[in-house]
Design a protein around this ligand. Sequence first.
Ligand SMILES: *Cc1c(COP(=O)(O)O)cnc(C)c1O
Length: 495
Amino acid sequence: MIKKVRPHQTQNEPLIFERSSPGKFGYQLPELDVPVVDPQTALGAANVRTEIPHFPEVSEVDVIRHYTRLSTWNYAIDLGLYPLGSCTMKYNPRVNEFVARLDGIAWAHPYQPQQLAQGALRIQHDLEMYLAEITGMDAVTLQPAAGAHGELTGILMIRAYLEAQGDARKTVLIPDSAHGTNPATAAMAGYEVKEIPSNARGLIDFAALEAAVDDSTAALMMTNPNTVGIFEEDIAKVAELLHSRGAQLYMDGANMNALVGWARPGDFGVDVMHLNLHKTFSTPHGGGGPGAGPVAVKEHLTPHLPLPRVVKDGETYTAITQAAGSIGRVRAFYGNFGVLVRALAYTLAHGGNGLKNATLDAVLNANYIRKGIEDLYHLPYESPAMHEVVFSDQRQTKQGIKTGDIAKRLIDYGFHPYTVSFPLIVHGALMIEPTETESRQELDLFIDAMRSIAAEAEADPELVRGAPHSTRTSRVNETQAARNPIVKWEPPASQ
Ligand SMILES: *Cc1c(COP(=O)(O)O)cnc(C)c1O
């Protein structure tokens, strides 16, 4: 009998536990030829396990194939466009990886004596210098491990600065278009959060801000370009207003990829800001490496920078671990060093003109997508888009289709979804950020997919509402998954 052909590798790869069969080994070692200390004697019988229940018994090739097959279910930046707005998922150039793997860098140890770690210290010093130049600020710390961590570091420095002047003040003002991490940061630093509304153009309402700033205001935290992808054109006026009332201006610089080489926050009055190396400077997001959220400050905040700080004296680099006024350590050792190396490689490989071009291309690509679909999707703000563009699902909701449905249908077209339902000030938001690394062909494919989905929404709404149709699992119960996550495997008997 001829069997029906089925692909050998299926989308039903079992769990590693289900691949287990008794007695299988991953390795086989020769008999020990040295005396063995009995662990039960050495550690005490009560502390030693003789058996790990349900531990999977598998061979090496079982393990390799299992995880390699799982990895083929992933969508990755090396596979195609990853249009997550706000996240800036740009390609990670291989030169970064090459440099990070050089022996002297990959094997450097944070406990190495400083005289034997001059290269590593210089890498940090040089990166700080370039980031200070790019942002127009006076000094930089590389320690924070993420954007949100940078925010906390920055607000703690503002608190230390105001405290040194005798009054830490009470509130931090935050526009309603802010990233969710901003209010969380202010609250963690002990401040009350006061929301400032946006105007009809998607910019901060200056009159509302003017009415809100008083002598209890510690700072305004402002994302620029903001989360609807629009440049806050009043920012210099905003800085002046805050300074005239003794408050500080914090800029969330996660969207700095729209400004690098063309505008410097230090020049328009920002006191402190963070950058996301895993966004603007092309280092991997998670998976391939942890993040980094350097913080840049103006001169008056430098005494409060976290420690250690790398300083250069002649040709010698030293990491200082003591300084009066510092907020102290925010991260073990020197921060995520491997990520810092990659960001420096990216900066040097591009050079000044390369970085300027990357910025232009990021803005051009976002506007190319905007033009390509704006006749089919509702655009809540007419203001010029920078590096990302935000639509709403207003037209598609007439067919009962929401932003999340369109995003899931994109999966069937082979694209990672855009950012869904964020920012919150746009109801049913579709937030799209192509980044500069995409070619026109790739952008055209994406536009084509989005246009096609808009047509499907009219002709066959059920097709879109039931998407994705091409994946291993389709719709999961998202409420249940969030409220009652089951993240641990249990053997069938005890379930
Ligand atoms: C990504 C982002 C953050 C947070 O950065 P993490 O590295 O994820 O902590 C903060 N603000 C804005 C505007 C962002 O886009």
